[in-house]
Design a protein around this ligand. Structure first.
Ligand code: NDP
Length: 250
């Protein structure tokens, strides 16, 4: 690994650790945990588009400029990545039912910087470091990783779709979601996201992939605990058997 790759991963590790510690004490102030006192805000649909966008252009730009960027394995992995992030950046924000809810600029800004660095790390992995040739497409790590990625994406999309369908147009209230993996956990969208990026780490077999998974967990595990607590406090009839993130366990 070049010193730049090491430095980027080190910054992500430190930032992920700091985020995990901070999120034990405060919830990120967007969505149901939005509140004042976090400086200037922007509509959350715009915040999502801005903060996720580097994951689209940074990864593609860096990967495709590399010597391995056009090799079959790299292109296949890049296509999987873009499938997730083109949807997350340009489709998901416009499907939200309360798109004008304020998101602090600081939240979108920090996530933007994360996606910039994470995009650089994973783009470097795909185009410059991985050497994912045709043979990688027959490697068991690729198969297992892609299978995990697809399962995670399906769980994540189904859960997001269920949540977005809870509101009629113009409605900004919250309800108890049912069905799918909501039978077992309060945050199947986060569970699916984590499984998908665990799959990415396996399919790329890379430090950048592992770091991305760990950073995602540092964000989403505390958020799942906060959402679960919020559901229990908000709805007296919330299903008692439902866990936060891991079915039957936690
Ligand atoms: P939430 O579950 O908090 O919200 C998802 C959407 O559903 C929002 O539009 C929200 O509205 C709405 N919603 C949620 N719960 C209810 C409910 N009970 N009743 C009615 N509407 C509801 O997810 P996040 O916003 O935190 O995340 C969105 C996506 O982004 C997820 O798929 C997540 O996995 C992914 N993500 C990935 C991260 C990563 O590090 N890779 C980090 C953060 C998110 P409102 O906004 O008004 O609350």
């Amino acid at each position: 690994m070049s010193p730049v790759d090491v430095a980027v991963l080190a910054v992500l590790a430190i930032a992920g650790g700091a985020a995990f510690v901070a999120l034990q004490f405060v919830s990120a102030p967007y969505g149901r945990h939005a509140r004042g006192g976090w400086g200037p805000t922007m509509p959350q649909w715009l915040g999502w588009m801005v903060m996720e966008s580097p994951a689209v252009w940074m990864v593609a730009g860096v990967a495709l400029c590399g010597p391995d960027g056009l090799s079959p394995g790299s292109l296949t992995l890049l296509a999987l990545w873009q499938l997730h992030y083109v949807h997350r950046t340009f489709v998901y924000p416009l499907r939200q039912r309360a798109p004008h809810r304020p998101m602090p600029v600081i939240v979108a800004g920090l996530a933007f910087v994360f996606n910039l660095l994470n995009g650089l790390a994973n783009g470097r992995q795909l185009g410059w470091r991985g050497g994912y040739g045709l043979d990688w497409l027959a490697d068991p790590r690729f198969f297992v990783g892609v299978a995990l990625f697809v399962v995670g994406e399906l769980v994540n999309h189904h859960a997001d779709h269920t949540l977005l369908s809870l509101r009629k147009p113009g409605d900004e209230g919250y309800r108890i979601p049912y069905g799918g993996a909501f039978r077992w956990v309060s945050c199947p969208n986060y569970l699916g996201e984590l499984v998908a990026w665990a799959g990415w780490a396996v399919a790329t077999w890379s430090p950048a992939g592992v770091m991305f998974f760990l950073f995602t967990a540092a964000n989403l595990v505390p958020r799942a605990a906060q959402n679960h607590r919020w559901y229990r406090e908000t709805f007296p009839d919330y299903p008692r058997e439902r866990r936060a993130l891991i079915p039957w366990m936690w």
